[in-house]
Ligand binder design. Sequence first.
Ligand code: ATP
Ligand code: MG
Length: 380
Amino acid sequence: MYLKTVQLRSFRNYREQRVNFDSQKTIIVGNNAQGKSNLLEAVELLATLKSHRVSRDRDLVLEGAASGQILAALERAYGQAELALILRISGRRTVILNQEPLRRQMDFLGVLNAVQFSSLDLDLVRGAPDARRSWIDTLLIQLEPIYAHILSQYYQVLKQRNALLKKFRQREEDNLNPEIIVEQLPSDISQLKLWDVQLAEAGSRVTRRRARVLERLTPLAQQWHSNISGKTEVLEIKYIPNVSWTEDDPLEVKQAFLEKIEKRRMAEQQLGTTVVGPHRDDIEFIINHTPAKYYGSQGQQRTLVLALKLAELQLIEEVVGEPPLLLLDDVLAELDPNRQNQLLEAIQDRFQTLITTTHLHSFDSGWLKSSQILSVEAGE
Ligand code: ATP
Ligand code: MG
């Protein structure tokens, strides 16, 4: 796929700016705080409807404006696509594909595919489990957009179930208070059981997909990792689901959920929150039999993240049938010459690539000659 233009209106520090991409590689150069990452973030939003930097739309809209827009023209093997995303400080969004406003965000996902690689991605290895869950979920959303729906369903069930558990705990506390007389309602218990089933169903859809995508990604990541590390290191990727199961069968997995929920019933009621389910999953990266999180050097952790990103690119290309875009935010300067070369060789002209940098001297002359260079200053 090829991104031809992006137009930003009241997005971050851009008032009104159109950018034409006329090369497979674009280097976006500028001083700090000029809008380089903001431009990449706009493309990321079109691909995933998420920004890895913020969660509130009001931060994405130009200060002082009520709404902002990101528009793009994309060439895909099956034809042209025009994408538009309207962001409002109220949080309400509109997604438009080929001039048609869409009712479901899901139908917007999967039109533009992109893999983002920034220094924040080291959190994948070093950070808390939510960074890894969000990484695998973002990848899944691009591979099968229906996953966005599956995931949001799960979180809705979780929210409702948590509200009920919280109410139970409150009632327990009130029960201990002789001033307040509270009746125990048997209907509450049957209501909770209904939510147990919903949680098991929605949760098993999430965990099975996460397991499947990791299974496909792992050999690709291992291959890249072995290449980059000069075949000296062995990488393993281990999915650690909160609810473990062995056979990828909807009924079996659901049963595993229900059994664990039963086991943790007391704990959940005491804590007043759901402790069983994929919102507590994790992924472990193991290099030469030791967890990379605690034992990996900075360089080993970078190599790992680079291998994961290259594997993501390859997997999206395999599944979608077209190479996704690669968004490199400030990472080239952080890689040593060997890893830089590995990355540049892997990209070649295969993936349209947008690269931000504060100076051009980290690029060799071949790259500079074959790239479009855009310079950014104060949102222009
Ligand atoms: P660096 O080299 O430091 O990474 P950058 O060029 O990537 O810099 P960006 O993150 O793209 O910088 O842009 C940051 C600039 O955008 C900052 O000056 C910030 O104040 C401004 N900015 C961010 N959000 C908004 C907003 N909603 N409205 C106006 N300006 C904003
Ligand atoms: Mg930046």
